[in-house]
Write a protein that binds this ligand. Structure first.
Ligand code: SF4
Ligand code: SF4
Length: 161
C-alpha cells in the first residue's frame, strides 16, 4: 500500500479509531507499551521516511530551549536571531516554527539540521515511547499526518480488538 493510501484509510476510519483509542486507557499500560512498540518496529521496517516527510511538511515540532540553543550554535546564529527568524509561540506558549514546510527540510526530504534536530523530531511519531497511554490523543491527531501511525494504530487494533 502506498503512503497516501495509508493516510486515506486512517482518515476514513478516524472516527472509529478515535473512540477505540480512548478505550485503550483502560488497558494495562505496560502491555500497551509492548504492543505499540512491536507494531511500531514492524511498520517502520517497511516505511522510508525519506519518501514521505509529511510530518516535516505539514506540522511543527516543539522547540525546547535546549533545542534552540543547540541548533542556533550549530548554525552559528545568536539564539535571539534564530528565534526571530524561524520561531513563534503557539497558543500553549510553546515555541514552534513560523511556517511549514519546515525551513530545514531539503527537497530530497532530508533534514538540513539532522544531527541537532529538536528532540520532538527524533521522537516523532511517539508510538514507541514508554507510557504510550499518555500520547494516545497525539496518535489520534497524527492519523491525519503520518501514514506509519495509521498503520500502527490499525495493527494494534487488530491485535487488541
Ligand atoms: S514519521 Fe510518519 S509522517 Fe513523518 S516521514 Fe515518517 S512516515 Fe512520514
Ligand atoms: S527539523 Fe528536520 S526533522 Fe524536524 S521538522 Fe524540520 S526537517 Fe523535519
Amino acid at each position: 500500500m502506498k503512503y497516501d493510501e495509508y493516510l486515506a484509510k486512517g482518515r476514513e476510519d478516524k472516527d472509529d479509531l478515535t473512540i477505540w483509542l480512548k478505550r485503550l486507557k483502560k488497558k494495562n499500560p505496560r502491555k500497551l507499551d509492548d504492543v505499540f512498540q512491536k507494531h511500531h518496529n514492524t511498520v517502520f521496517e517497511s516505511i522510508d521516511c525519506l519518501k514521505c516527510a509529511n510530518c516535516c511538511k505539514t506540522t511543527s515540532p516543539i522547540f525546547r530551549d535546549v533545542d534552540v540553543k543547540r541548533i542556533a550554535k550549530k548554525m552559528r546564529m545568536p539564539i535571539i536571531k534564530f528565534e526571530q527568524e524561524y520561531l513563534r509561540k503557539d497558543n500553549d506558549d510553546d515555541l514552534v516554527l513560523q511556517s511549514t514546510p519546515c525551513p530545514f527540510l531539503y527537497e530530497d526530504n532530508s533534514c538540513g539540521i539532522y544531527e541537532v534536530r529538536p528532540q520532538a523530531c527524533r521522537e516523532y511519531p511517539h508510538t514507541d515511547q514508554r507510557k504510550v497511554v499518555q500520547v494516545l490523543e497525539l496518535a489520534q491527531r497524527n492519523l491525519d499526518i503520518c501514514p506509519a501511525v495509521c498503520q500502527i494504530v490499525a495493527d494494534v487494533k487488530e491485535e487488541l480488538g
